[in-house]
Design a protein. Structure first.
Length: 243
């Protein structure tokens, strides 16, 4: 049921965007501005995440070495088989605890680090992943700079304010006569997806009649999307041949 609610909400939001852009071409500029803003936020978050992971793996490499030296590495040359087995067991347990702490950090490279080791994975992030992310962000920043330089000439005062304000789905839905859609879809999705008081005490399934209503909305919204796509027409638009 989570997937069904997510699909309905996604269709609704796509439909709002298409209707807005079909009613006023300035929303195309607003969309591009939103796209660059969201890409910037995503890229910055990913850059920070990768920097944090590299730093974490550097620390973990030091701790990994310490674990080795204080267990197996601390054995005497004449250690008995029992002492060797005990040291190996202690080493394995401590490494497992270290790996578990890494997993709790929700690292994107948690699986890779098992194969590559902490030091090499940190190296890969610094030398390969981070430069690619930084390059991507520079491209987005260049587009943002160029857009900002001409934004006031492209948008009327009303739309200049819209790009400054936080995006408000209810207001945008209201502009295209979809406020009732908003109230219906967001009521269901919030009940199912968000950790509200109602969500906590509500069964995470839709009743048969509720499921039927949401499925009907998905069908109607999908048809409307096709209609809006067919109507979509912007100056300079190029129609690509479908293969």
């Amino acid at each position: 049921m989570f997937e069904l609610c997510a699909i309905a909400r996604n269709l609704f939001e796509n439909l709002v965007w298409l209707r807005l852009m079909n009613e006023n071409t300035e929303y195309g500029i607003v969309f591009f501005h939103q796209l660059l803003k969201e890409q910037t936020q995503h890229n910055k978050a990913m850059l920070q995440k990768m920097q944090d992971e590299a730093a974490l793996f550097d620390i973990s490499e030091t701790e990994d070495t310490k674990i080795l030296m204080t267990t197996i590495g601390a054995l005497e040359e004449n250690a008995s088989p029992e002492e060797i087995t005990a040291a190996q067991s202690e080493h394995k347990q401590k490494l497992a605890a270290l790996d578990a702490r890494i997993r709790q950090e929700f690292c994107l490279h948690a699986r890779s680090v098992v194969e590559n080791g902490y030091a090499y994975q940190s190296y890969l992030i610094k030398e390969e992943t981070l430069p690619k992310l930084q390059e991507r962000q520079e491209v987005v920043a260049d587009h943002q700079k160029k857009l900002d330089a001409v934004l006031q000439t492209l948008l009327s005062p009303k739309f200049q304010q819209i790009v400054k304000d936080k995006w408000n789905w209810f207001k945008r839905a209201e502009e295209v006569g979809m406020e009732k859609h908003y109230k219906f879809i967001y009521s269901y999705t919030s009940k199912m997806l968000h950790s509200t008081a109602l969500n906590i005490i509500t069964d995470k399934t839709l009743a048969a009649e509720e499921e039927e209503v949401v499925l009907e909305y998905v069908l109607v919204a999908a048809r409307d999307l096709i209609t809006q796509i067919e109507k979509f027409n912007y100056p300079g638009q190029v129609r690509v041949l479908a293969i």
